[in-house]
Design a protein around this ligand. Structure first.
Ligand SMILES: NC(=O)c1ccc[n+]([C@@H]2O[C@H](COP(=O)([O-])OP(=O)(O)OC[C@H]3O[C@@H](n4cnc5c(N)ncnc54)[C@H](O)[C@@H]3O)[C@@H](O)[C@H]2O)c1
Length: 285
C-alpha cells in the first residue's frame, strides 16, 4: 500500500544510515514529506525527495532553530521520529562520567529537545505522532556490556510513556520501539572492533550480538509474532490497530498493567513484534 502518509510532514533524526535511513525511505515510499536530518549531511545524499538538513541533536539551539525554520518554510511536523543514538560497549566499571553524560545527552536528552521543539505545533493541530527508538537492551532486558546504553534506552521508554500519558487526550500519540539487533553500519563497526580487541572470530562476535536478540523474542511466552512494525500507518489505522491488539490479547497480568489518568482514559500494552518489544498507548474511547 502506498500513500498512507500522503501530505504529512515527517521529521527523522539520524536519517543518514541504519534504522533512521530505513524509516526515511519507508516514509518517502508512503508519500510523506520527509525532513531527513543527520549530524553528517553527507550521509543524507541519495535520499531523493526529502528535505535534507544538518541537525546535531545534542544542540538545543540547533534543534530549536530547525523547528522554527521547518514550521515557517515546510509546514507543521505531523510525525517526529527520534532515532539518533549511540551504543557504549561495557559494564559500569568501563563507563566514565564522560561516557555516561555523552550517552544520556545523545540518547535521551536529544529526545527531550526535539519533543519540546516540535510538540507545540502538534498540539495546535490537535494531532501528531512521536516515535522514539529505544532498544530491547533497556528495561525490557539486561544485556551484558550495555550498562549505560541500557540505562538510556530504559529512560527513553519512561520518557515516552510520560509524554503519552500527558498528551494522548490532546491528539498526540507517543510510542517507543525496542528493536533487537538490526544490521546497520555502526553495528558492523562495533562487531569488527570487538572481534579485534578480544581476538575472537568475526562470525562468533556477530552471533553473540544476534543471540540475545532472538533469546529476547523467545522469552515472551513462546509466542512469536512475525509481523514487521509498520510506522507508516495513518493516524486512524494506527488507532484501530492498537485497539484491535488490545482486544485480541489476553488480559495483562496486574504487574503489566499501568493505570490511566484516574478515570481509566488510556491503557498501555506491550507487544512483541519481530524481536522488538513495543509500547503502544491507546485511548479507551
Ligand atoms: N542497530 C541496532 O542493532 C539497534 C538495535 C536497537 C536500537 N538501535 C537504535 O537505533 C538507532 C539507530 O541505530 P543504527 O544502528 O540503525 O544507526 P547507526 O548507529 O549506524 O547510525 C547513527 C546515525 O546517527 C547519526 N548521528 C550521530 N550523532 C548524531 C547527532 N549528535 N545528531 C544527529 N545525528 C547523529 C550518525 O551520523 C549516523 O548517521 C539508535 O538510537 C540505536 O540505539 C539500534
Amino acid at each position: 500500500m502506498a500513500g498512507r502518509l500522503k501530505g504529512k510532514i515527517a521529521l527523522v533524526t539520524a536519517a543518514g544510515q541504519g534504522i533512521g535511513r530505513a524509516i526515511a525511505d519507508a516514509f518517502l515510499a508512503e508519500g510523506a514529506n520527509v525532513v531527513a536530518t543527520d549530524l553528517d549531511t553527507g550521509k543524507l545524499k541519495g535520499l531523493r525527495g526529502a528535505v535534507r538538513e544538518k541537525l546535531d541533536v545534542r544542540s538545543t539551539e540547533a534543534v530549536e532553530a530547525l523547528a522554527k525554520d521547518i514550521g515557517r518554510n515546510v509546514g507543521p511536523v505531523a510525525v517526529l521520529v527520534n532515532c539518533a543514538g549511540f551504543v557504549h560497549h561495557g559494564c559500569v566499571l568501563d563507563c566514565s562520567e564522560e561516557d555516561w553524560d555523552f550517552s544520556f545527552d545523545l540518547n535521551v536528552k536529544s529526545m527531550h529537545r526535539t519533543i519540546r521543539a516540535f510538540l507545540p505545533a502538534m498540539l495546535k493541530r490537535k494531532r501528531g505522532s512521536i516515535v522514539n527508538i529505544a532498544s530491547g537492551a533497556s528495561s525490557v532486558r539486561g544485556i551484558p556490556n550495555r550498562y549505560v546504553y541500557g540505562a538510556t534506552k530504559a529512560a527513553v521508554i519512561g520518557l515516552t510513556k510520560a509524554v503519552a500519558a500527558d498528551f494522548i487526550k490532546r491528539g498526540i500519540r507517543a510510542n517507543a520501539i525496542c528493536p533487537g539487533t538490526i544490521q546497520s553500519p555502526s553495528l558492523d563497526q562495533r562487531i569488527a572492533a570487538l572481534a579485534k580487541s578480544t581476538q575472537q572470530p568475526l562470525a562468533a562476535v556477530r552471533r553473540s550480538f544476534v543471540d540475545w536478540s532472538t533469546a529476547a523474542l523467545r522469552c515472551k511466552g513462546g509466542k512469536r509474532r512475525r509481523k514487521a512494525i509498520d510506522l507508516t500507518k495513518s493516524d486512524a489505522k494506527r488507532k484501530s490497530t492498537s485497539r484491535r491488539k488490545l482486544r485480541q490479547s489476553p488480559p495483562l497480568p496486574p504487574r503489566q498493567r499501568w493505570g490511566g489518568d484516574g478515570g481509566g482514559g488510556f491503557r498501555y500494552q506491550r507487544s512483541v513484534l519481530s524481536g522488538c518489544s513495543n509500547w503502544f498507548v491507546t485511548a479507551d474511547h
